[in-house]
Design a protein around this ligand. Structure first.
Ligand SMILES: [Zn+2]
Ligand SMILES: [Zn+2]
Ligand SMILES: [Zn+2]
Length: 328
């Protein structure tokens, strides 16, 4: 512990452990009504552990300044330091936690934490009822992050810290989930994707019914996207490959789309005028109805959906010229 630490900092670990234990307990009841609570508790617990790390890294006498959003300058023993405001203290969110960890050179499995955050967000907003399968996935994402925070950054031993059985349950759950996930991903081993966008999106496929990532190909020997049948290994729902991949492509390109939306530039994915899916990938064309033809019948050039009048079968320039001629 750093010299700036006081009794409050141990309190964060204590609350984190309690929150994670409650989450596991919620999950173990198998009760649908407690799934959301399981995910919330788990997520809150993980963020508290992150905050404990930031507390410990805060400069001495700064009152754990690094866990707070807004800092103000103050003179302490003749030195000027940045300390949390006296009133309206908000603590850092996930984004800021990641930024501060990185600035401090502290490692964490950010992709797993992002998975956990996404699951929580989906559970809060996307699904009417959240299935226990989703909590299982949240637990599986959280476990390595919890371990890394406790062992590498807080020098605590998870097996001793948690109540009987809780850590074991987290380990066991992760093992089971990883095996299921490996089986699902093997079912795509023979696929000849044809488009990078499809291959890249596989990581983001989710069941459109329950949200689980345990989506598999029914015939593991199939190699063609056009005849690929999918179902959910968790809830058994038969899944539409175009819907599943449309959503997965959006997820996989969300970062680029955000940058294009804020800084300008071409969006990575647009609507395909032929199949009407959000599947026209910049540089690849429509990945769901390959061969969709956007060749202008006047100039013979191939265009992207933005520059093409699909009904006229012409690029927007020639379609505009044509309209003008017709009007005259
Ligand atoms: Zn499902
Ligand atoms: Zn299409
Ligand atoms: Zn043209």
């Amino acid at each position: 512990m750093s010299p700036g630490c006081n009794t409050k900092c141990k309190g964060l670990v204590k609350n984190a452990v309690l929150s994670i234990e409650l989450g596991v307990e919620d999950y173990q009841t198998g009760d649908d009504r407690r799934v959301l609570s399981a995910i919330r508790n788990l997520y809150a617990g993980v963020l508290l552990l992150c905050k404990q790390v930031l507390w410990n890294e805060s400069p001495p006498k700064s009152d754990g300044s690094l866990i707070y959003k807004d800092l103000v300058p103050r003179n302490i023993d003749g030195d000027r330091s940045m300390v949390p405001r006296k009133l309206k203290r908000n603590t850092v969110d996930r984004q800021q936690i990641e930024e501060r960890f990185k600035e401090l050179g502290l490692n964490l499995d950010w992709s797993k934490l992002a998975d956990l955050a996404r699951i929580r967000n989906d559970a809060e907003h996307l699904f009417m009822t959240v299935k226990p399968a989703i909590a299982k996935e949240a637990l599986a994402s959280a476990m390595p992050v919890i371990e890394q925070l406790l062992v590498d950054h807080l020098q605590e031993e998870p097996a001793h810290l948690f109540q009987d059985g809780v850590w074991k349950a987290l380990l066991k759950n992760k093992e089971v989930f990883d095996q299921q996930q490996a089986r699902c991903s093997e079912s795509f081993d023979k696929m000849d994707w044809g488009f990078d966008a499809l291959a890249d999106a596989l990581e983001e496929v989710r069941c459109s019914s329950c949200g689980s990532s345990l989506v598999r190909q029914i015939d593991p020997d199939n190699d063609s996207f056009e005849v690929m049948d999918l179902d959910c290994a968790e809830c058994g729902a038969a899944l539409d490959r175009e819907d599943v991949f449309e959503a997965a492509i959006a997820e996989a390109t969300a970062g680029e789309a955000y940058i294009a939306g804020t800084d300008g530039g071409e969006p990575p994915v647009t609507t395909c005028p032929e199949c009407s899916h959000e599947s026209w990938v910049l540089g690849e064309g429509c990945v769901l109805c390959p061969g969709a033809d956007l060749t202008c019948s006047m100039c013979g050039e191939i265009f992207s959906p933005d520059d093409f009048d699909y009904d006229a079968g012409m690029c927007s320039y020639h379609s505009h010229m044509m309209e003008k001629v017709m009007r005259e």
